[in-house]
Design a binder for this molecule. Sequence first.
Ligand SMILES: [Zn+2]
Length: 57
Amino acid sequence: MSACAKCTSTDLVRIAMTLSGAPVTFGHCRTCEHRQWHSAADGNDLRLPDVLSQVAS
Ligand SMILES: [Zn+2]
């Protein structure tokens, strides 16, 4: 699926999670420590504030 949005490395740790009933994939770049989230349903990037608001709710 994804490369790091920051450094374009494909060496990512991927963890599938569910947020508010929606499947998402958390990616952690081994190269630059960037963290990113993708919707598992449509592959769109999720912005971190959106993710955090879902976690908090
Ligand atoms: Zn990176």
